[in-house]
Design a binder for this molecule. Structure first.
Ligand SMILES: *Cc1c(COP(=O)(O)O)cnc(C)c1O
Length: 390
């Protein structure tokens, strides 16, 4: 019998859904035209890009498809939003605000602005990783130009009060961006009702392909492009469009709407809750990180005291279970996750973090398997290396 394989790292990336792959495939060969060409091959590709733009716009309630800009990935959209807004400012404002738990695509961009003439405020979070509206109110200044706070956190799944945060910014005439890469396609988002000026998405976190992102830019917001060239994507993101990838993004957006109607998030959050309560029941000295309720439906994260996340990850992998320790991007380094530290966890505890993120293809049997395998792995690791503290 094949050993069971359980992929629980959907926050790092999701598989391309079958229906998405099917929609994309013709655009690699039969419909290979450059969407900027005027002949029939070009027009065919242009029509497909336009349709995908409509599907992504409608997923998030954008009133006009031209408010969706396709980019090379989510990181590119974050960079465009942050640097593009900073550079477009005509009033000489030099203060920018973000949170202390952002993805590196946002936080490192702000740090870079900080080294290049901007004054950066990193907002604190509570023990669940949430940004509180009062801290934003207190941080705003007359020369504040931009605020960027993520919709939902990739490491601990906590959903921020985006509506309140955006409303505070709007009242003060400050541009508000949110990185919704983890949230889009997974929880309902309606920018027609939200005071959000810009919002980042990425196809590969919602059953679309890697290498295509999108930035929602509300009408009237001006950005300086990071990439100059042929003037594609309304002049803000030059380069021949990734037609197949964009078509895949559009198909993923359609699929997300359908899954939502089918009650997929209730199914997956029930499995997630079963997994989390099973873990804390069966593993002594373990606890859930992140918010219990204001949380992405598919997202689970725990800390196991007195062992290293990496050790657990490797043994879980050996048992056929794919998880991550904290964030995939930070797991190469010895520093524990900046997110967990900002939430007030000490270094030693933060080192014991494991993220288990479910998805559309996760089954009840998968979760039973994890609950069978995970506790003995922890027991073994604790026996092997008695914790010395520190
Ligand atoms: C994955 C991720 C990104 C980066 O998206 P890419 O398409 O991989 O560049 C940005 N922000 C968050 C919150 C993410 O989870």
């Amino acid at each position: 019998m094949e050993p069971r394989k359980v992929y629980l790292d959907n926050s790092a990336t999701t598989p391309v859904a079958g229906e998405v792959l099917q929609a994309m495939t013709p655009y690699f060969s039969a419909m290979h035209g450059n969407p900027n060409s005027l002949h029939q091959w070009g027009r065919e590709a242009r029509r497909a890009v336009d349709e995908a733009r409509e599907n992504v716009a409608s997923l998030i309630g954008a009133s006009n498809p031209s408010e969706i800009i396709f980019t090379g990935n989510g990181s590119a959209a974050d960079n465009l939003a942050v640097k593009g807004t900073a550079w477009a400012d005509k009033k000489g404002r030099k203060h920018v605000i973000t949170s202390s738990v952002e993805h590196h695509a946002v936080s490192d961009t702000f740090k870079w602005l900080g080294k290049n003439g901007y004054d950066v405020t990193f907002l604190p979070v509570d023990e669940s990783g949430m940004v509180h509206p009062e801290t934003l109110k207190d941080a705003l200044r007359d020369d504040t130009l931009l605020v960027s706070v993520m919709y939902a956190n990739n490491e601990v799944g906590t959903i921020n009060p985006i509506e309140e945060l955006g409303a505070i910014c709007r009242e003060r005439g400050v541009i508000f961006h949110t990185d919704a890469v983890q949230a889009a396609g997974h929880i309902p988002i309606d920018v027609s009702k939200l005071p959000v000026d810009m919002m980042t998405m990425s196809a590969h976190k919602m059953y679309g392909p890697k290498g295509v992102g999108a930035l929602y830019i509300r009408r009237g917001i001006k950005l300086v492009p990071l990439i100059h060239g042929g003037g594609q994507e309304y002049g803000v993101s030059s380069g021949t469009e990734n037609t197949a990838g964009i078509v895949g993004f559009g198909a993923a957006a359609l699929l997300a709407g359908r899954l939502h109607e089918e009650g997929e998030s209730a199914r997956v959050s029930r499995l997630r809750d079963k997994m989390l309560s099973g873990i804390v029941e069966r593993i002594p000295d373990s606890f859930v990180t992140g918010h219990r309720i204001q949380r992405l439906p598919f997202h689970g994260s725990v800390c196991v005291r007195r062992i290293e996340g990496e050790g657990m990850l490797l043994r879980m992998d050996y048992a056929g279970i794919g998880v991550s320790s904290g964030s995939a991007c930070t797991s190469g380094s010895l520093e524990p996750s900046h997110v967990l530290l900002a939430m007030g966890l000490d270094h030693a505890t933060a080192h014991g973090s494991v993220r288990l993120t479910l998805g559309r293809y996760t089954t009840e049997e998968d979760i039973d398997y994890v609950l069978e395998k995970f506790p003995p792995i922890v027991e073994l690791l604790r026996k092997m290396s008695p914790y010395k503290g520190g």
